[in-house]
Every structure is written in C-alpha cells, then in structure tokens.
Design a protein around this ligand. Structure first.
Ligand code: NAD
Length: 324
C-alpha cells in the first residue's frame, strides 16, 4: 500500500494533516525529531493520538540527517508533505543556526529523498512555506506573483530559500513540487510560542499581555481545519507546470486587527486582558493578508472559519488541555 510521508508529524499542522489523511484512508508515515523548541509534552500528546490510530507509523528522525532520511527511499511513498521546520520569527534572531539546519539543510535532504523516490513511486512533494516571505510588502493582499526578495527575518529567508530549492529540483529532475505559504495558523493543539496561546495563557493567569507595534498589527489568522483542507487539496493535485513547481497562499483572506483578535479571545474566555502596548519587534511585519485567488482557482481552497467561530473552538481546547 502506498504511503504518504509527513514530516513534522508531532507538530501543530503536521499532526492535524496526519489525522485528516488517516481519516480518508491513507497510510501515513510520520517523521519528527521532537525538538524541544517548545514544550515536548504537547508534541508527545499529539503523537500519542496518532500512534493509537491504524495505518500510522512513526519514526523519530532529524530531516537534516541525510543518512536517516534517505533510508526512506526504499519505501512505497506516493506523496511527501514536508512540514518539519524550525518555526518562529523572533527566535531566529537568537538561534540562527537552528533555522539553517532544519529549514535549509532539511529542505535539501527532503528534496534529495524526493529525487531518490521520483523514478519509482513519488507523485508529489508538498512543503510548507510562510506568509513571512512577503516581508514588509506594502501591496495587499499579498499575491503569489508579488516580489519576495526582501525578507525581514532569517526565518523568512530560509522559507524563501526552500521555495527556490524546490523550483530547482522541479526544473532539474521534473519532481512535482508545491509550496504552501501558510498565514498565521491557529486552533486546537496550536503552538505555545504563538500569540493565541500566549494571550490565552496570560489572560487565564491574570497576567498582562504585550501588544506589539502599539496594536497597529494586522494578521490573516487562518483556522487549522481550513489549512488542513488546503494541504490535502494541494497534495491531490501535483503541480504540472514547466517546471512543475507551484506556490499558493493558504490564508483566510481577511486581515484582522490584532486588538480585534484579542477581543474575541476575551469574549470566549469571559475575561478582559490587561494590555501593555509595546513597540514593533525586530524581524516582525506589521500586516499580512492573503490573496487566495490562485489557491481557490487551482485547488478549490475555500476557508470557511471566521475568528468568531475559530476562537471559541480554540479556547475550548485550550481550557480542556491546560485545565484552566
Ligand atoms: N503555524 C503557523 O502559523 C505557520 C505559518 C507559516 C508557516 N508555517 C510552517 O508550517 C510548518 C509547520 O508549522 P507548525 O506551526 O506545525 O510548527 P510546529 O513546530 O508545531 O511543527 C514542526 C514540527 O517539526 C519538528 N521538527 C523541527 N525540526 C525538525 C528536524 N530537524 N527534523 C525533524 N523534525 C523537526 C518539530 O519537532 C515539530 O514537531 C513549518 O514548516 C512552519 O514553518 C507555520
């Protein structure tokens, strides 16, 4: 039975993608190194749910370890969903080499695996890029054809490098590759280093929250289920251009002011936040806003979850998981 290889399977998006693939009957091989960038208990808990399911197998491995990863070349892998990465804009100022290893070397290794599989079983290599590649572009919404040559952070630069690497492999070896630029994903089982959990945690504990750029921040917040639907649609439609490399935005197509997002969290938690206005953080961008015309046209991507629906679901999970 052909398998789908998902990297970052213990991560926020990876675990959700694995569940959706299993639910439709795919056999899934998950890879993750369970890095301690954030609380590994959350990764273990996501993984425990996956390993309890049929047709899922897990391998603890580092995507930058070429010997370990090329060991998958003998398997019957029909698709790769490469989501493992060192994420986070702010941490890339502290630990740049973590980004170069996981995101640049990791992408090179994964593409070499795709190359090794290409003549046998592989139909499509789908990988995570990020809205951060748009840097501080002023033209909104951000469209995939826009110039992306001025990243604001090393994280963004590594994600752009991933796109260029994939383009090269599509050109040289005819490997069908699709890069997905995710826009601020939130929801149940989300990342504890990202604003939604940081805000909800501080509000629950009665601690103040920092609101950067004095609240003049806009984000295209995208609910996890909408992202997962987009990933599966992309996987099912191998890029077929010349070269066969496609890029898509997966965003909610609505840029929300950060203070409105916080107000939704306050409403869902029934508690007001104490806000400390703070300056813009180095590496950050003031606004993101996804143009999803291409992803709607080619993939049928259609996000359906406004923050008024997504945040209550996220807070319900947050309360249950953290028992607050
Ligand atoms: N969550 C978002 O809002 C968002 C936005 C844009 C892009 N992305 C991208 O989407 C992908 C998934 O992000 P996420 O939010 O699920 O993050 P996550 O940190 O929850 O998941 C990534 C997983 O990759 C694993 N990992 C890290 N380095 C690894 C390595 N060297 N080898 C093997 N596994 C490794 C981690 O242990 C983690 O479980 C990433 O590529 C990220 O850059 C996420």
């Amino acid at each position: 039975m052909a398998e789908i290889l998902v990297t970052g399977a213990a991560g926020f998006i990876g675990a959700a993608v694995c569940h959706a693939l299993l639910a439709r009957g795919d056999h899934v091989v998950g890879v993750d190194n369970l890095s301690d960038y954030y609380d590994t208990k959350l990764k273990d808990a996501r993984l425990a749910q996956l390993t309890a399911r049929r047709n899922f197998s897990f391998h603890k491995a580092d995507i930058a370890d070429k010997d370990a990863m090329l060991g998958f070349a003998g398997r019957d892998i029909a698709g790769i969903v490469h989501l493992a990465a060192q994420p986070g804009v702010r941490y890339s100022l502290e630990n740049p080499f973590a980004y170069v290893t996981a995101n640049v070397m990791g992408q090179a290794v994964m593409l070499e695996l795709a190359r090794a599989l290409k003549n046998s079983t592989l139909k499509h290599f789908v990988y995570a890029s990020s809205s951060s590649v748009y840097g501080a572009n002023r033209k909104t919404p951000f469209a995939v054809g826009d110039a992306v040559d001025h990243p604001n952070s090393l994280y963004a630069a590594t994600k752009r490098a991933d796109e260029l690497f994939a383009h090269t492999y599509a050109h040289l070896y005819g490997i069908a590759c699709t890069g997905l630029r995710f826009f601020t994903v939130y929801g149940p089982w989300g990342r504890p280093d990202m604003a939604p959990i940081l805000f909800a945690g501080a509000i629950a504990r009665g601690e103040p929250i920092k609101v950067f750029n004095h609240g003049e921040m806009w984000r295209d917040f995208t609910y996890i289920d909408d992202i997962v639907a987009g990933v599966l649609r992309a996987l099912d439609r191998p890029a077929d251009g010349a070269p066969p490399h496609a890029l898509y935005n997966l965003g909610n197509n609505k840029s929300e002011k950060l203070t409105d997002f916080i107000a939704e969290i306050e409403k869902a938690m029934g508690k007001k936040a104490e806000k400390i206005m703070a300056p813009m953080q180095p590496g950050d961008v003031p606004a993101t806003y996804a143009d999803i015309e291409a992803s709607s046209r080619d993939l049928g991507f259609a996000p359906t979850t406004p923050i008024s629906v997504g945040i209550p679901k996220f807070i319900a999970w947050f309360r249950d998981y953290y028992r607050v």
